[in-house]
Design a protein. Sequence first.
Length: 337
Amino acid sequence: MRKLVVAFIVLAGFAGMIGLGALTMLISSSGGNQGWSNCSANLGPWGNGAGRGEQDAGSLKPESVALAKRIIEVGKQRGLPPRAWQIAIQAGKTESNLANLTHGDRDSLGIFQMRPSMGWGTVAQVTDVDYQINKFYDVLLAVPGWEELRPGTAAQRVERSAFPLRYHRWEPMAAHLVSVEGNVPGISGCEDLPGASVLAGQALSYAKGQLGKPYVWGAAGPASFDCSGLTQQAWKAAGVEIPKYSQTQYFQGGVHVPLAQAQPGDLVFWGYGRDPNGIHHVGLYLGDDQLLHAPQPGESVEVTKLWDGGQLLPVVVRPAADTPAPPGAVPAAGGAR
């Protein structure tokens, strides 16, 4: 989480990768931020993925489609929002390939691989389709702030898997099914909402308003910040939710984009040996080799020249990505705290 006190060095491998120039931002005062956030997290894939979602859904067996429809139907009967349906579909696809299995790891059974030995219900219950779906929704509703979590993250909070990031893989597919089978306007319904550059401008506007505030480890405002607390709150001000910790922001905070294509508002990371699992610092790229960040204890939120020091990662994270994603962009994936 600390800033490396080194001179600005651009290694040969990074030559020409920075210096993209300043980008004029459009700052929206329309209060549409939450609409974009809901659109992205509720139905649309994180960044690009519309075509992949339709393709993945088209490969499902009839049984799987029927189960997805039933997940949606039960959600509607309970008055739950489309986000809940999407979370359940992502969990079911990840755990069982949307099949009502009579086997699994240890005593795991059914669509969501619920374990009778862990209190999910009897064998008969956890293989009953409607019981499983209702039980999943019951546990989901008890997750604090589940509506604000990325759908795959919310699915993990219910399933408590040892592989928490795998649920994100099926976000586009689940979004497509919710849109088509649930008769909910999906990805195309996001087109009139603020684009990535507008949201990045809003995030940077917030961050610039924190200049001079002291670094305090673990702080996320309003009087003080650490590096990841600042980036999280900046994007939250634009209506985009990202995780709190710097490593988690790298792995789960948006779309991975090559550093050569960095845009203002992107998250820039430093890690020991350029290893994503060794990330210890994050800041907001401003353009023109400028960084806005909360440096380290004893210092304050500042704008500084982007430095390398042998630890600058060659990939940035874009929390809000327009569709289609830029060339070279991929959904963030991997594992970290």
